[in-house]
Write a protein that binds this ligand. Sequence first.
Ligand SMILES: Nc1ncnc2c1ncn2[C@@H]1O[C@H](COP(=O)(O)OP(=O)(O)OP(=O)(O)O)[C@@H](O)[C@H]1O
Length: 258
Amino acid sequence: MSLISVQNLSVSYGANTVLRDVTLQIEPGEIVTIVGPNGSGKTSLLRAIIGAVTPTQGQLRKKAGLRIGYVPQKLHIDPTLPMTVERFLRLSGKVAKEDCATALETAGVPDLAKRQMSGLSGGQFQRVLLARALINRPDIILLDEATQGLDQPGSAAFYRRIEEVRRETGCAVLMISHELHVVMSASDRVICLNGHVCCEGTPEKVSSAPEYRALFGSGTGGALALYRHDHDHAHDGACDHDHGHGHGHDHDHTEAAE
Ligand SMILES: Nc1ncnc2c1ncn2[C@@H]1O[C@H](COP(=O)(O)OP(=O)(O)OP(=O)(O)O)[C@@H](O)[C@H]1O
């Protein structure tokens, strides 16, 4: 059974319908990346899944007892507030110290427990948010542009850790990312959203497309190719967009120092 099954889902804010007729499934253990232009409803979809937004139409089914870990886009913590990482992780309720330690280890930052939240680097902070999402041993983690503000090697290292988390824990991952060139290799499936699902498929399928090869050869790049691929809008001409805001560099995914 799918972990999450979304059927003909629509989300509106007042008269503004931002998601229309969205259908998708997330299976156990898979890594799915959502791409799409700004304002295309990506965050709204995640918020509908966690129950923070009520769909106006359609169905959203979750496997019974599904545990979700959520890594938000950003989280502001007052820098004048003294708070250790361990204390932060235990804010959400009854959390044993050992569970904090395990989550930090899985997130790839085993030595941060006693550090002050205000003293963390951007990359360390995101790892701590990841650790927080892992504490309840989720079946799926949702990440909303979790590497915003990180440099390229920092993002690459973060997403590689996500793959390791999946391997170690077996959890599924549903993530929003603008950095397709970084996340493509980690994703089992890519869903392109622009108010509705424009298209979806394996990154391999996309990267073997003629448009992709024309732009990138057989390199590891791909963001621009996917962003610019031809959508099939035979039934819907409203999504004739060009997301071409990438740069098409074929980055070397060097592991960042952690
Ligand atoms: N709480 C809200 N009330 C009213 N409108 C909202 C609300 N949240 C989002 N919107 C609008 O819904 C649309 C989709 O927003 P959403 O944040 O889901 O898009 P997104 O694809 O995640 O965008 P981005 O890439 O910029 O983060 C936007 O036009 C946004 O202004």
